[in-house]
Design a protein around this ligand. Structure first.
Ligand code: MG
Ligand code: MG
Length: 270
């Protein structure tokens, strides 16, 4: 477990905020008829214009700047020329590296109007992220995070993806410890000041079971039902979680009065 000094945390915050702004741009562009290769191009240009580099492009040979996962795709989808349709959902996961430190976060967007059922999955998944973050207190354990997410999500009967997890973040895109979105409270590594995590629940409408597509990257649900994914970057500072990324740029773009930023205000520095 790599613990960071405040100067390093501030660099991760800069990278995370650039991802946040990139996702804000995506909120403006995502609509029926738009394709994800176009989104990828805009994101890459924006990141390069801001003196940073895409964090995913070339990582284990991933070909693009964004991971875009539509409907039954869970995560790690590759941008393509297929237009988005009204009623789709698209998870956009973006990484950048700036001044040697990574930011890595994600939001699942609605394309036009989605069904109430899908809207509920999105809200529960997003809330579960904050419920996990709430447990990121000094002397809590890794299992407390996953257990809180699991207990919350289970009430709705959704599937929690097991194979993919959150992670530490810093000079590397993926650092120890792994942060599963399920677990037992009181187990796992003890959380300490200076720990920086990417917490990222991946929640399926139906079965938790996923499989990897032939492209070697895209994970899809085994039952073909939709999946949602939200991710923040969080540091423990003075014993408490502080969210380094923000969805505010998205909400500004969409004209949303965000519920969680009120419910979970205490975790925001602004
Ligand atoms: Mg990510
Ligand atoms: Mg991540």
């Amino acid at each position: 477990m790599i613990l960071k000094q405040i100067e390093e945390i501030n660099k991760i915050r800069d990278s995370a905020q650039l991802v946040s702004k990139t996702l804000g741009l995506m909120a403006r562009e995502i609509k029926p008829g738009v394709d994800s290769l176009y989104l990828d191009k805009i994101a890459e240009e924006f990141i390069l214009d801001n003196n940073a580099k895409p964090g995913f492009k070339g990582y284990n040979n991933f070909p693009n700047t964004l991971c875009v996962s539509v409907n039954n795709q869970v995560v790690h989808g590759i941008p393509c020329s297929k237009p988005l349709n009204n009623g789709d959902i698209i998870s956009v996961d973006c990484g950048v590296i700036k001044d040697g430190y990574y930011g890595d976060h994600a939001y699942t967007f609605k394309v036009g109007d989605v069904s109430e059922k899908i809207e509920k999955l999105l809200n529960v998944t997003k809330d579960s992220l904050y419920i996990g973050i709430e447990k990121m207190q000094v002397n809590n354990r890794v299992g407390d995070i996953g257990s809180a997410i699991q207990n919350y999500v289970n009430q709705y009967g959704y599937g929690i993806v097991r194979e993919l997890v959150g992670h530490g973040l810093g000079k590397n895109l993926h650092e120890e410890p792994e942060i599963p979105n399920y677990g037992k409270s009181g187990t796992g590594k003890i959380l300490k000041d200076g720990l920086v995590l990417a917490i990222e629940p991946m929640i399926n409408m139906g079965t938790e079971k996923i499989r990897l597509e032939d492209d070697g990257w895209t994970f899809v649900t085994q039952d073909g039902l939709v999946s949602a994914h939200f991710e923040h970057n969080i540091a423990i500072i003075n014993g408490e979680p502080e969210i380094l990324s923000t969805f505010d740029f998205i909400y500004d773009e969409l004209g949303i009065d965000s519920n969680e930023e009120i419910k979970f205000k205490k975790f925001f520095n602004s």
